[in-house]
Design a protein. Sequence first.
Length: 201
Amino acid sequence: MQVESTKKISSSQNQRETRTSRRWRRKTVVVWAAIIGVILVVGLVMLILGLTVFKAKRPVTTVNSVSLRDIDVSVDVFRLRVLLNVSLDANIAVNNPNRVGFHYANSTAILKYRGQDVGQVPIPAGYIGPRQTLPMNITLTLMADRLLSNSNLYRDVLSGTLPLTTFTRISGYVRILFKIHVVSYTTCDLDVDVGNRRLTN
């Protein structure tokens, strides 16, 4: 009788332990399922925000104004050469339309004459806050030695109009979950009235 009662007690203890371990396993599975579910929901929300609200947009660079700072022209008729020195002051603005900051690297503004690079000025690296606009004042100087071999220069100076183009390229990145590289370009065509020493467009 005692043996049977002992067996009954031990079997009931085993059943209790089995139930307890099953409950423990169920709770553990439920907790892990809840944790994984929360991680998936948070990841999905971040992905949706990253592709919609926080989608990386290219910064917008605009040329607000360009003015002629200095121009010196002399024509050597016997050698068919033109000695030219031109300096331009440009006011540009870079607008960051993103909801996060824009970090830009060292960049360059270039002065072109008929597609040829004839001057440049460095733009030092910096940061533009979310939805902010950064104004920049730069001075572009034409490097006369780069024009010595250009046959169009003599004809353009004699005609009275010198066509120039400013080109600005600013590259950097925005960080939305991870780094996204973006680049902004802008060009501005202008004509220098050599005789009156002013810009005509």
